[in-house]
Design a protein around this ligand. Structure first.
Ligand code: NDP
Length: 449
């Protein structure tokens, strides 16, 4: 491969790009990665990591309230948004440094500049032309906004992590992961929060019981959650923003956050000119090995719009590096991917929804349990937990597991391993629970609904 400057040139040092670079270098490849923004991509800088820190901050509201039931008396408490931002920024800067160190230690050349593909083996980066045997597109995605009057007044998740002041009121538009998570964060931090979703029930694609259960829990917390609500226009008025809805009503707010999906960042980097096929949404079309229509170009992560989750991008990046330099083709496995929504309370899920399982397998058994966690017998909080198992009747295999409740992400991660191993309901039943936990409910549900 010495006829090229590099064996692999990666565009984008987000989670997927960094992992692909490091694995390729560890397998002996000469690797460079180009990044024009902060190292670590969306997850580290404007997504998963700072969001989870905000979720922790938000949860103290419940924790302080709940403490009284256990005998604690707390003094005056107040929340300081600038302190949270400063502490969060310090942690993100530390992570940026760790990513840099990981690349350097792996022997990857980091080029902090915009890169553009010229042809199948040539790139322009930071004013120079370089060649590579293989090019990996790991450019991620960016928030997408609908076109309506006043949309320039809206914030996206890119700005929300650096808001100079916590607004008194906020409207959150959208019904996916980001909208649900941020509505919960702002509401818990004391911001008057209204979430607007255009359809009859938010979190499309999640199990219907989960969707209805979370909606009820959010409303029980007095979060103003509205369905069938469409924004017509946004305008600046004295003292804030006026959000006009299509049903003729209007809301006044201090800030409006749009979380209406993300689009792949694939334009302006020479892909189409180089003959790389993109789909209608701009996602790079790839085969099962993440290879594009140009054989020396590969693509992973949100740029390909498969399953847009950080661990999936990391897995895809690892597979590309192994396919190219590991001596055997490695195909990413997109089955049984667990995920969590860090709503309040959170969702954890792995496997198909009940409706999808019924359609795919026909005969299924559904086990469902709702209960009040032991902790809340003393806090007085009415919050409930939902757990659900979906079992294929013919094979007894557990197809899916869904949960809404405290620590759902932590709990479902463990069970995801069991599902990956093909665990049967009989094996769940044969597993002795840990008492008293919420998670034991998953191994003690005996009667299908
Ligand atoms: P999602 O695709 O999850 O949700 C977008 C939401 O916006 C949907 O409710 C959609 O409605 C709605 N919407 C789309 N267009 C419009 C419009 N023009 N007007 C009004 N509403 C609209 O996107 P997010 O932005 O929430 O998140 C992007 C991705 O990031 C997620 O899909 C996920 O993969 C990832 N992510 C993962 C997280 C995690 O793992 N915890 C956290 C955050 C993000 P409809 O359903 O009707 O189309």
């Amino acid at each position: 491969m010495a006829e090229f400057d590099y064996d692999l040139f990666v565009i984008g040092a987000g989670s997927g790009g960094v992992r692909a670079s490091r694995v390729a270098a560890s397998l002996g490849a000469r690797v460079a990665v180009a990044e024009e923004s902060d190292l670590g991509g969306t997850c580290v800088n404007l997504g998963c990591v700072p969001k989870k820190l905000f979720v922790y901050a938000a949860h103290y509201r419940d924790d302080f309230e709940d403490a009284a039931g256990f005998g604690w008396t707390l003094g005056d408490r107040s929340f300081d948004w600038p302190s949270l931002l400063a502490n969060k920024d310090r942690e993100i800067a530390r992570l940026n440094g760790i990513y840099r160190g990981l690349l350097v230690d792996a022997g990857v050349e980091l080029i902090e500049a915009h890169a553009r593909v010229c042809d199948a083996h040539t790139l322009e980066v930071g004013g120079r032309t370089v060649t590579a045997a293989n090019i990996l597109i790991a450019t991620g995605s960016r928030p997408s906004l609908p076109d309506l009057p006043g949309i320039e007044l809206a914030l996206t998740s890119d700005q929300i992590f650096h808001l100079p002041e916590l607004p008194r009121r906020i409207v959150v538009v959208g019904g996916g992961y980001i909208a649900v998570e941020f509505a919960g964060i702002f509401h818990a931090l004391g911001v008057e929060t209204t979430q607007l979703y255009r359809g009859p029930l938010f979190l499309r694609g999640f199990d219907d019981d989960v969707r209805n259960f979370l909606a009820a829990e959010m409303r029980a917390r007095d979060l103003d959650l509205r369905f069938e609500a469409n924004v017509g226009s946004i305008e600046k008025v004295a003292g804030g923003l006026r959000v006009a809805l299509e049903d003729g009503s209007a809301l006044e707010t201090d800030a409006i956050l749009y979380a209406t999906g993300r689009v792949p960042k694939t334009r302006g980097i020479g892909l189409e000119e180089a003959g790389v096929a993109l789909d209608a949404k701009g996602a790079v079309s790839v085969d099962a090995f993440s290879r594009t229509s140009v054989p020396s170009l590969w693509a992973i992560g949100d740029a390909t719009d498969r399953i847009n989750l950080t661990p999936v991008a990391i897995h895809e990046g690892t597979c590309v590096a192994r396919t190219l330099f590991g001596g055997a083709e490695a195909k990413p496995d997109h089955t049984g991917v667990a995920s969590a929504v860090f709503s309040q309370p959170p969702i954890g899920t792995v496997g198909p929804t009940e409706a999808a399982a019924r359609e795919r397998c026909g005969e299924i058994d559904v086990y469902r349990s709702t209960f009040r966690a032991l902790k809340h017998t003393l806090t007085g909080r009415e919050e409930k937990t939902l757990m659900k198992l979906i079992v294929d009747r013919a094979s007894d295999r557990v197809l899916a597991l869904h949960m809404v409740g405290a620590d759902a992400g932590e709990i479902v991660q463990g069970f995801a391993v069991a599902l990956k191993c093909g665990a049967s309901k009989a094996q769940f039943d044969a597993t002795i629970g840990i008492h008293p936990t919420a998670a034991e409910e998953f191994v003690t549900m005996r009667d299908p609904v």
